[in-house]
Design a protein around this ligand. Structure first.
Ligand SMILES: Nc1ncnc2c1ncn2[C@@H]1O[C@H](COP(=O)(O)OP(=O)(O)OP(=O)(O)O)[C@@H](O)[C@H]1O
Length: 237
C-alpha cells in the first residue's frame, strides 16, 4: 500500500474575523515518529492540527498528502481532549467505526475483543461507555481511533483531564502505537509528557512555527530565546 506521506504545508494560513490565527506555515512531515506540538495558550496548536487533518478552512496556502484529500482522510484519525462517546456499550463504541468503514460483524468481533483487552477493559465490554472513568474513556477514544488502523493519528491535549496513573497508561498505549508504525502528531501543555514522548517537536508562537528540532535537542539546546523561556516555564507571548 502506498504511503500517505510526506505531508506538505506550503504558506498555510488561517484568518478568522480579520485576524491571522495561524501562519504562514511551511512544514514537511515524513511518515516516522511522534511529533509533539507545544506553545502558549491560544498560539494556534489546535488550529495547526485541524489544518493538517483537513478540517480547518484555509485562508491561503496548501496542505498536500501524497494522495487525494478524500483517500488521505480515510487513513487519518483524531482524538480530542474530551471525546464524545456513543451512549452505548464499550464494545458498540468500537464496532461503530468498523461498521462505517464496511467491515463485517464477523471480522469486527475479534478486533473489538483485542482492543478491549489492550485498553484493560476486559469484563467491561457491555458496560455503558458513559459510565467509564475519564482515563478509561480516553483509552477507549484512542482504541476507537486506532481500530481502523490509521496511518496517522492526531491528538489534541488527550491527557489534559487525566491523573498521573491514567496519563501513564495512555502514554504506554501511544508508544506501542508509534512502535507499530502509526505516525503520531500531538499537542500537549505538559512539557514532561512532551519530553517523554517526542521524537521531534514544534514550538508554535503567535500562529507561526517559531522553533523546531529533533528531541532531545529541542528541549536541551533550544535555538531561540523564546523557546528557552517557554521551556523554563516563563510566560511567553
Ligand atoms: N473560529 C475562530 N474564530 C476566531 N478566532 C478563533 C477561532 N478559532 C480559534 N480562534 C483563535 O485562534 C487562536 C488560536 O487558537 P487555537 O485553539 O488553535 O490555539 P491553541 O494553541 O490550541 O490554544 P490552547 O492552548 O488554549 O488550546 C486563539 O486566539 C483562538 O481564540
Amino acid at each position: 500500500m502506498s504511503s500517505l506521506f510526506p505531508l506538505r504545508l506550503r504558506d498555510a494560513q488561517v484568518r478568522r474575523r480579520g485576524k491571522t490565527i495561524l501562519g504562514p506555515v511551511d512544514l514537511e512531515l515524513d511518515g516516522q515518529g511522534l511529533t509533539i506540538i507545544v506553545g502558549p495558550n491560544g498560539s494556534g496548536k489546535t488550529t495547526l492540527l485541524r489544518v493538517m487533518h483537513g478540517v480547518e478552512r484555509l485562508s491561503g496556502g496548501t496542505v498536500d498528502w501524497s494522495m487525494d484529500e478524500d483517500r488521505a482522510r480515510e487513513r487519518q484519525a483524531y482524538v480530542f481532549q474530551s471525546p464524545i462517546m456513543l451512549r452505548r456499550s464499550v464494545a458498540d463504541n468500537l464496532h461503530y467505526p468498523l461498521r462505517l468503514s464496511g467491515v463485517s460483524r464477523r471480522e469486527a468481533e475479534p478486533r473489538v475483543a483485542d482492543w478491549i483487552k489492550r485498553i484493560g477493559l476486559d469484563g467491561h465490554a457491555q458496560a455503558p461507555a458513559t459510565r467509564l472513568s475519564g482515563g478509561e474513556r480516553q483509552k477507549l477514544a484512542l482504541a476507537r481511533a486506532l481500530i481502523r488502523q490509521p496511518e496517522v493519528l492526531f491528538l489534541d491535549e488527550p491527557c489534559a483531564n487525566l491523573d498521573g496513573r491514567a496519563t501513564r497508561e495512555f502514554e504506554t498505549l501511544l508508544l506501542a502505537t508509534r512502535d507499530s508504525g502509526t505516525r503520531i502528531v500531538m499537542a500537549t501543555h505538559d512539557l514532561g509528557q512532551a519530553k517523554r514522548l517526542a521524537s521531534d517537536a514544534l514550538f508554535i508562537l503567535s500562529g507561526r512555527i517559531h522553533d523546531s528540532a529533533a528531541a532531545p535537542a529541542f528541549f536541551d539546546a533550544p535555538k531561540t530565546p523564546e523557546l528557552a523561556s517557554f521551556l523554563r516555564g516563563d510566560i511567553v507571548e
